[in-house]
Design a protein around this ligand. Structure first.
Ligand code: 3H9
Length: 687
């Protein structure tokens, strides 16, 4: 009946098939024919039951996100679900792939849901700064109970078909032939003639709710929301589902949805959703990818081990190379221990652990890397050492193998030049712990071949990383901007701020922690060693390190950590040290407020991002946002530094940077031409 929705009636069962590639989103061009199809089938005596199924790789993955922010075209999803609930014959959603957001809400409008074993079901709207707006917050608790529904809606994490069956969300799970099984199921339901009760009228599970426990669960979740409105609205909506009659709760959910969808936080999170997908695209079309079967990793330390785990988790066999048997044993033992922790936490089965460990082959001989298709170096951050490693790799790697360095700062062109095959060399900058952190900066050197770059970009996706291609410069995108963000930290302290005050300004902004807490967590000795290597100093941090205050690991750093706790406690000794250093320099303390802290740390961050665009180190401003949201904890509700610059007002940023430039004369504050232009045009573009 339309290109997007078709009907077939067989043996009294009508199958409505939605076909809207790639993910069967509920765009207007789907909603209209779907509404018409369901209206026709409701009144068609030839249809004794109705199955809703999808063509392609997945069931409906949600509302069409590109339509948000535009006028809503009728029929809305809610009208389709309301229509479904008036149908007095069995309605069944046949779910394969993912039933997400509006897709699951549509399925909740059916009497029954059946799923393929591999299917996943969830309400991920919170990840877009939203709450389910098609009745999900009101219907899901009626099926699975309020506590389970709250957990699913606030986390946004989909559950497996098996878990959904156990929770009462699906009625049957099939190993194969989903459609045939769904039709059989539908015939049985039609023949059974049992009562067909729409979910809206099922209240038993709600009546079981322990309201005190629910409120405690909601309060705990709210505490971790870090300024995000959506998780709080999700909790409020589920609370309404318990406390209010169905239609009132539904109306309240709608009101919350409308407010969130128009807000900056959801705009920011939707921006990140599309930015992540855009960043992964390689502009050259029809590029043949290289075959990647086995991965080689040089260095079994924290970084190398984590990278090796990331690949083993993605199913790749890994050859792990170390300089000595002892280092190798230690590295492999750490990997085994990490997997054992996952097993003890229940996030990995013993069988999966054994299977992953079976993918590792240890070696101390470079010749064993000869059968690897991608070899990643994760050795000490020192140019001479790296060049030596690449020289040896050049001698053993097979022709066409991709050679990658995990350097965080060093010049990938120089490393590539130490081989006879610079076209095969690039950077793969993983973030620690590499088996957990999603971000991967892929560094394109001057001579990197486009197919090598495209191969690694695809591979990143296969191991669940969010990849961003960046150019060569000191620190690439993330660490280069991090230096710009941190340049004023000590100056702020010398002028009168305290570490806790600076950190609070950051957490109030939405960061998971501030720069001083972060330093203590990472270990202050790391920065100290880097500074010494580059002949740089930091007045206060260097003194702390000289006193053996390396942060959490020594119980003292910018803060004190008492009795092995990770909770930072302000330390009067550090504050006295800061005042003493200020006095030595003749700086009188003054009151510094949160606004100044943000201006002097985050405005230079944006300014450095503008320079990165100017120099072509990042292809798009949104790539920078992806780096910061996935690798550095930039609050997702603000969309990343470059998106946030628009929210904050670029003209204001330029004006305040100019002010601080005049005050301090420091180059980090000199507004970049690209930033000035953004302030005029509202578009980030290289000049
Ligand atoms: C919602 O439902 C609100 C309702 O409660 C209330 C309504 C009133 N819309 O990720 P992929 C595009 S909110 C539009 O690379 P995968 C995506 O941009 C929604 N486009 O594939 C990409 O385009 P391109 C709740 C969408 O296999 C292409 O599809 N649902 C949508 O790795 C392929 O995507 C969600 O939040 C969409 N809903 O992963 C689910 N989804 O090729 C969001 C995808 O041009 N989607 N696209 O770059 C996902 O999580 C993943 O896409 C999914 C597939 C897991 C489905």
């Amino acid at each position: 009946m339309s290109n997007f929705v078709s009907i077939a009636i067989e043996n009294g069962v009508a199958v409505v098939t939605i076909d809207n590639p790639p993910v069967n989103a509920l765009s207007f061009h789907v909603r209209k024919p779907l509404y018409e199809a369901l209206t026709a089938l409701r009144d068609d005596p030839a249809a004794k039951a109705i199955v809703i199924a999808c063509a392609g790789r997945t069931f409906i993955a949600g509302a069409d996100i590109t339509e948000f922010g535009k006028p809503v075209e009728q029929p809305e999803l809610r009208a389709i679900i309301a229509l479904l609930e008036t149908i007095a014959k069995p309605t069944i959603a046949a779910i394969h792939g993912t039933a997400l957001g509006g897709g699951l809400e549509l399925a909740l409008g059916c009497h029954f849901r059946v799923a393929e074993r591999g299917a996943k079901l969830g309400l991920p709207e919170v990840k877009l700064g939203l709450l389910p707006g098609g009745g999900g917050t009101v219907r899901l608790p009626r099926l699975v109970g309020a506590a389970k529904a709250l957990g699913m809606i606030v986390s946004g994490t989909p559950i497996s078909a098996g878990e959904a069956k156990a929770a009462g969300l699906v009625d049957a799970v099939f190993d194969s032939d989903l459609l045939a099984e769904a039709i059989r199921f539908a015939s049985e339901m039609a023949a059974g003639g049992g009562p067909l009760i729409p979910i809206r009228d099922r209240n038993d599970r709600l009546a079981e709710t322990d309201i005190g426990a629910f409120d405690r669960q909601a309060t705990d979740l709210a505490r971790t929301a870090r300024g995000l409105e959506a998780p709080l609205s999700c909790a409020e909506a589920v609370r309404n589902a318990i406390a209010l009659p169905f239609d009132e709760a539904l109306a309240a959910e709608r009101a919350l949805f409308i407010k969130l969808v128009a807000g900056d936080q959801s705009r920011a999170q939707r921006h990140l959703f599309f930015a992540e997908r855009e960043a992964a695209k390689v502009p050259v079309k029809d590029l043949q990818r290289r075959r990647i079967a086995r991965i080689g990793i040089i260095g079994a330390g924290t970084m190398g081990g984590g990278i090796a785990m990331a690949f083993a988790n993605g199913g790749f066999p890994v050859t792990l190379l170390e300089t000595s048997e002892e280092a190798l044993r230690h590295g492999l033992a750490t990997i085994e221990k990490n997997y054992a922790v996952s097993v003890s936490r229940g996030s990995l089965t013993e069988e999966a652990k054994q299977q992953r460990l079976g993918l590792f082959k240890g070696s101390t001989d470079y010749a064993d890397l000869a059968d690897c298709d991608l070899i990643i170096e994760a050795v000490f951050e020192d140019m001479a050492v790296k060049k030596e490693v690449f020289g040896r790799l050049d001698a053993v790697a097979r022709p066409g193998a991709i050679l990658a360095t995990n350097t965080s700062y060093l010049d990938v062109n120089e490393i590539a030049a130490s081989t006879s095959r610079p076209q095969d060399v690039l950077g793969m900058h993983f973030f620690s712990p590499a088996n957990v952190m999603k971000l991967l900066e892929i560094v394109r050197a001057d001579k990197t071949a486009p197919d090598a770059l495209a191969t690694v970009t695809d591979l990143a996706r296969r191991i669940g990383k969010v990849a961003v291609v960046v150019g060569v410069c000191h620190g690439f995108v993330g660490n280069r901007m991090l230096s710009a963000r941190g340049a004023e930290n000590e100056a702020l302290l010398l002028e009168g701020a305290t570490p806790s005050q600076v950190d609070k300004a950051f957490t109030d902004f939405g960061w998971p922690m501030g720069p001083f807490q972060m330093g203590d967590l990472a270990g202050l000795d790391i920065g100290w060693r880097n500074r010494k290597a580059r002949g740089q100093t930091a007045v206060i941090a260097d003194t702390l390190c000289e006193q053996g205050r390396f942060g959490q690991k020594t119980g003292r750093g910018w803060y004190r950590y008492e009795g092995g706790s990770r909770e930072p406690v302000a330390d009067p000794e550090v504050e006295a040290l800061i005042r003493a250093k200020a006095t030595e320099r003749g700086i009188a303390p003054r009151a510094i407020d949160a606004e100044e802290i943000i201006e002097r740390t985050l405005y230079p961050l944006v300014n450095e991002g503008a320079k990165i665009i100017e120099e072509g180190i990042a292809a798009r401003a949104s790539d920078i946002d992806v780096v910061w949201a996935n690798g550095y904890g930039f609050p997702v509700g603000k969309g990343g530094p470059m998106f946030w610059a628009g929210l904050e007002g670029a003209a204001r940023i330029v004006e305040r940077l100019g002010y601080w430039h005049r005050q301090t004369g420091r180059a980090t504050f000199e507004p970049a031409p690209v930033l000035r232009r953004f302030a005029e045009t509202g578009r980030w573009e290289a000049l």
